[in-house]
Design a protein around this ligand. Structure first.
Ligand SMILES: *Cc1c(COP(=O)(O)O)cnc(C)c1O
Length: 420
């Protein structure tokens, strides 16, 4: 880690030494007073890569010009569209290609995968999750439990931080898993908590879950494209994520799914199926009797969503070029630099609620302003810096390494330094 100081020259020197710096030019930035904004909201919606427009236009042209023949004759034949994304995504989440696919959207996939993996019995029926998980995940778990005519109060175990603490202690999660033991059917955590930015030790949680005889699933919405993972080696059972946050696939873009090989090869795994998950040898025979593909694509239900996938495909070309390990290396520096600058501020009363250990967080820092959080947020927006605000006073700052610079981080600091 280089030593930082509070000069603009240092930020500029860090940018000059950044081998990924040129990727910034590959993105469109929203404008403020005619200038590019500084964009720290890639944890909510990533920016549009410049190569997306031509890629979308190609699909529109193929549809216009060859229509049905596009399934085999489009420049990128539509029949196999999900397949094209597998190598890049497998690399990003640390999986075998056969373990990943794209389909639907995140919450839908969470439902579908939980239907496969959560099989409550009289003995084992509990789902463990983090308290304050993203609302959609909470609703998914609550309604799934009700769908089985079970009572959410009996079935859902939420793990919360200790009194006066803001982040979960991993040892508390592990201990809770041990205590609930053979009543646990599913341990379901976010890879990174959307609010605090806490990165969980997924391997350790999965190990504990398995020792209790439970399944371990993860929602990687804030982890995918942010931190490198090794889902296969960590023995994660299943995972789902959206591709429009750090992965820049565009609003409502197709979602990602990981099913560990040990389950994916099993055509008898319970699931809700459709023809796109059927073995390709028999798919178009249109016969009775579903025969699952023996990989993650066996969970695909419908025809590939070409127009909803093409932007992601274009975006992943940039991830292939930059490399997730190099992105992470830059991200560690960027976030450390942000943290350093924030710690120099004495004029504002705030607290960083994200863990201080770099290996327990991704790009994002969540700042809790004890007063005037909203005013500070408004000042940022009016100064051309896009950050997000959550009650009661939390500004989440996510310098995505793909298109944020050290100077961007410096400008953020400068505004805070100037006060209200
Ligand atoms: C962003 C996010 C979602 C959003 O789900 P969609 O189905 O894509 O709308 C769900 N869960 C988490 C943890 C998220 O961060």
């Amino acid at each position: 880690m280089p030593s930082f100081d509070t000069s603009l020259a240092t930020a500029q020197k860090l940018d000059a030494n950044d081998e990924l710096a040129s990727f910034k030019q590959q993105f469109h930035f929203p404008k403020h007073n005619g200038n590019d904004t500084i964009y720290f909201c890639g944890n909510s919606l990533g920016l549009q890569p410049k190569n997306v427009e031509a890629a979308v236009q190609q699909e529109l042209d193929d549809w216009k010009n060859v229509a049905i023949a596009g399934f085999s004759k489009a420049k990128t034949p539509w029949l196999y569209y999900q397949e094209y994304l597998r190598p890049s995504l497998a690399n990003i989440v640390g999986a075998k290609e056969a373990e990943v696919t794209v389909m639907n959207t995140l919450t839908v996939n969470l439902h579908l995968l939980m239907l496969s993996f959560y099989r409550p019995t009289k003995q084992r029926f509990r789902i463990m999750m983090e308290a304050g998980a993203f609302p959609s995940d909470q609703y998914a778990v609550e309604t799934l439990v009700k769908h089985y005519n079970l009572n959410p109060d009996d079935c859902i175990v939420e793990i919360a931080p200790r009194e006066n603490e803001k982040i979960l202690r991993e040892e508390d999660i592990i201990e809770a898993i041990r205590i609930h033991d053979d009543s646990l059917a599913l341990v379901m955590f976010g890879g990174i908590n959307y609010y605090t930015g806490q990165l969980f030790d997924m391997k350790r949680i999965a190990e504990a879950a398995h020792a209790a005889g439970s399944v371990a699933g993860f929602d990687l919405a804030h982890a995918a494209g942010n931190v490198p993972m090794q889902l296969h080696d960590w023995n994660i059972d299943f995972a789902v994520w959206c591709n429009y946050k750090y992965l820049n696939g565009g609003p409502g873009c197709v979602g990602g799914v990981f099913v560990h090989e040990k389950f994916a090869v099993n055509a008898d795994m319970p699931r809700l199926a459709g023809w796109w998950g059927n073995d390709e040898k028999t798919r178009f025979k249109m016969e009775k009797g579903f025969i699952a593909k023996t990989n993650a694509s066996g969970w695909n239900i419908s025809t590939a969503q070409v127009l909803n996938t093409v932007a992601l495909k274009a975006s992943l070309e940039l991830f292939d070029k930059a490399g997730i390990q190099k992105l992470r290396a830059k991200s560690l520096q960027l976030t450390a630099y942000l943290e350093f600058l924030l710690k120099q501020l004495t004029n504002i009363n705030f607290e960083i609620i994200t863990p201080v250990e770099p290996e327990r967080r991704g790009a994002q820092l969540s700042l809790y302003f004890k007063d005037k959080g909203k005013e500070i947020h408004d000042k940022m927006i009016n100064s051309g810096i896009v950050v997000d605000y959550r009650e009661p006073g939390v500004i989440r700052v996510a310098p995505a390494p793909m298109y944020c610079s050290f100077e961007d981080v410096y400008r953020f600091y400068e505004i805070l330094l100037s006060g209200l």
